[in-house]
Design a protein around this ligand. Structure first.
Ligand code: ATP
Ligand code: MG
Length: 191
């Protein structure tokens, strides 16, 4: 089973993927947690490029789109292997982040057409002001307008692609419980 958590910066993806990993491990499952950009050489390049002040330029975004697709292709080998070994994969962002952030949907779909898509996508939906407050202290974060625009794109995608949407404004444990309620029945678990 390949689960992906999506959402704007500060929505709680990293926190929730760790909690989900721990809960599933405690229940006896093999779990592999991955994130984008990954730890690959391409992932490292993306991280350094994201620090660039030109990060909003159109061609810069296209370059990022290509690099994310390459990074994802590298990561996919790990994901395939884990799936073959019946592990549960938890991904902190995936292909859908590219659709939302790098624009030009048709082209992004084309360059990602060989990527394995998650079985379950959970969107952590959060109010941008709350997300920004949570990001205080981080070296790089977005403004409210950008986050609002991104949130709307995520919501549009959510209905089209049948994501599960969770209210991520809630406390960390409530969000975790809501995620468990989605995953448990898929695994035949009682909670
Ligand atoms: N439900 C919550 N309530 C309050 N604080 C939270 C909640 N979830 C996460 N946080 C805190 O908010 C901050 C951002 O959370 P986190 O890093 O998990 O978000 P993220 O979606 O991974 O962000 P990014 O996209 O920037 O990586 C962290 O300091 C985390 O401890
Ligand atoms: Mg994170």
């Amino acid at each position: 089973m390949y689960i992906c958590l999506e959402g704007i910066d500060g929505s709680g993806k990293s926190s929730q993927s760790h909690l989900l990993e721990q809960w599933l491990k405690d229940a006896g499952y093999d779990v592999m947690r991955v994130f984008e950009p990954s730890k690959s050489a391409v992932g490292k390049l993306i991280r350094s490029m994201l620090q660039d002040s030109e990060a909003t330029d159109k061609n810069f975004q296209r370059t990022l789109g290509l690099l994310f697709a390459a990074d994802r292709m590298i990561l996919m080998e790990k994901i395939r292997r884990a799936e073959y070994e019946s592990s549960i994969i938890i991904a902190d962002r995936s292909f859908y982040s590219s659709l939302v952030y790098q624009n030009d949907e048709e082209w992004i779909r084309e360059i990602n057409k060989h990527i394995l898509k998650p079985d379950i996508v959970i969107l952590l939906d959060i109010n941008p002001e709350t997300a920004i407050k949570r990001c205080e202290g981080k070296d790089h974060f977005e403004n409210v307008e950008f986050l609002e625009k991104t949130r709307k794109k995520y919501m549009g995608l959510a209905s089209k692609e049948k994501f599960y949407v969770i209210n991520a404004n809630n406390g960390i444990n409530k969000v975790h419980d809501d995620i468990k309620k989605i995953i448990a029945p898929k695994l035949g678990m009682c909670i």
